[in-house]
Design a protein around this ligand. Structure first.
Ligand code: NAD
Length: 438
């Protein structure tokens, strides 16, 4: 079986590589020539644990190829995945220009039956739009070639993407055609040996499922951040409350962590896009509007704590940041709370020294040398007046407090992820601030 995956980013590269792992011949396509050159030279353009050896193995096996040509990639393919970005447009809706651009090219070059799969996160109705664009191109060419459009949203998590793709909780496929369903079932069979389901449904429901999943997860985070705010006011500890509610199986203990707010390439834009879709269909999605508002406030919250601690003026203060990526195990800086924190602290005159195990290059690409980048967590705190734990990388879990005391100018820890025990930190001689803790 041959397939093409268009868009070789976090989703496309992981999906393509994992399909190649099952023996399918996969050609990954990207318009970014530099990215494709790198991949053809064995260089992986993103940080994703476990991905590099799989890419190398499948390149050597002859099941994984990289090109900039959609035409070449779909020549003998049965399936073409669209896995390009869908960033937010000015009005919050998902910008479909990349998805529809790829659809147009597919229609321009295809010469046999193809299953065209939307793997990008796309709003309700995009399946129909993709179908229309492909048909328009075929009509322009004056040819009649059958094709099906399928929705197959992706649920992988950056940082655990390979594992998530190889052993998914579920696979959601929206299709209206039994032939396409058969092909998709064959393609995904190796991934459901754990008996987790492939859930077939109509295209609209599949498109909405992806947004509903991310909106639900974002809601849990904002909910816990509000509980944390209340905890601080009434003198409760959000970690205790989390444990207390998380052991109820109806609630479950995942995604109940208070912190510096959600970021990343998905939650912020998908929450926005679902609010916009609702509006387009004359519905006001009130909960989600609040989820977004709460998150914006929360992203600023720890910076406000720092500013308040230093009486509103950070001139001459050096603040160390531990962690820059929006979550651990990724170099993704899209919508990372660290960017908001950096901006607010710098506005008050702070000098920022940062350390992140993998995201510093990506951060540099985004904000240049406006902050100081250091080689390790201790170099970051040297001469610092405070340290802010932003991303809970394992590297930061058990720091040597005694060493930090020798290096820092003042002893203050702002724990944006509640990973430290306040008592332990205080006993070590530091002032401790968490989120929603006594
Ligand atoms: P990304 O930005 O990492 O990758 C997208 C790639 O598509 C880029 O390399 C870009 O150069 C390429 N591209 C754009 N236009 C193209 C074209 N015309 N032809 C060929 N390539 C083109 O994005 P991503 O994080 O992989 O996300 C892709 C989609 O998957 C988005 O809709 C996203 O919401 C969704 N998604 C992402 C994640 C995640 O964790 N990143 C998880 C699930 C779903």
């Amino acid at each position: 079986m041959k397939i093409s995956v268009v868009g070789t980013g976090y989703v496309g590269l992981v999906s393509g590589t994992c399909f190649a792992e099952t023996g399918v011949t996969v050609t990954c396509v990207d318009i970014d020539k530099e990215k494709i050159n790198k991949l053809n030279n064995g260089i992986i353009p993103i940080y994703e644990p476990g991905l590099e050896p799989l890419v190398q193995k499948n390149r050597q096996k002859g099941t994984l190829f990289f090109t900039t040509s959609i035409a070449e990639s779909i020549k003998d393919a049965e399936v073409v995945f669209i896995a390009v970005g869908t960033p937010p447009d000015e009005d919050g809706s998902a910008d479909l220009q990349y998805v529809l651009g790829v659809a147009r090219e597919i229609g321009h070059y295809m010469d046999h039956y193809l299953v065209v799969v939307n793997k990008s996160t796309v709003p309700v109705g995009t399946g129909q739009k993709v179908k229309k664009v492909i048909q328009e191109e075929l009509d322009k060419r004056g040819v009649s070639i059958p094709f099906d459009v399928v929705s197959n949203p992706e649920f992988l998590k950056e940082g655990n993407a390979v594992e998530d793709f190889l052993r998914p909780d579920r696979i959601v496929i929206g299709t209206e055609n039994p032939e396409a369903e058969k092909i998709m079932r064959r393609l995904y069979k190796p991934f459901i040996l754990n008996n987790h389901p492939i859930i077939f449904m109509d295209i609209t429901s599949a498109e909405l499922t992806k947004y509903a999943a991310n909106a639900m997860l974002a809601t849990r985070i904002s909910f816990m951040n509000e509980i944390a705010q209340l905890c601080e006011r009434v003198g409760a500890d959000v970690n205790m409350v989390r444990k207390g509610i998380g052991s109820d199986p109806r609630i479950g203990n995942k995604f109940l962590y208070a912190g510096v707010g959600y970021g990343g390439s998905c939650f912020p834009k998908d929450v926005k896009a679902l609010i916009k879709t609702s509006k387009d269909f004359d519905y006001e999605f009130k909960i989600l509007k609040s989820v977004e508002e709460v998150n914006e406030r929360q992203k600023e919250y720890i910076a406000h704590k720092v500013i308040q601690h230093f009486n509103g003026d950070l001139t001459g203060k050096k603040i160390a940041l531990w962690g820059l990526s929006f979550k651990p195990s990724t170099d993704d800086m899209r919508e990372a709370p660290s960017l908001t924190i950096i901006k607010l602290l710098k506005e008050k005159g702070a000098h920022i020294s940062a350390y992140d195990p993998v995201a510093m290059n990506e951060c540099k690409r985004k904000i240049g040398n406006t902050i100081e980048y250091t080689n390790n967590l201790y170099e970051a705190v040297t001469g610092a007046d405070a340290v802010v734990l932003v991303t809970e990388w394992n590297d930061f879990r058990i720091p040597d407090f005694a060493k930090m005391k020798q290096l820092m100018r003042q002893y203050v820890i702002f724990d944006g992820r509640n990973i430290y025990e306040p008592e332990e930190v205080r006993e070590a001689g530091f002032v401790y601030y968490g989120i929603g803790r006594k």
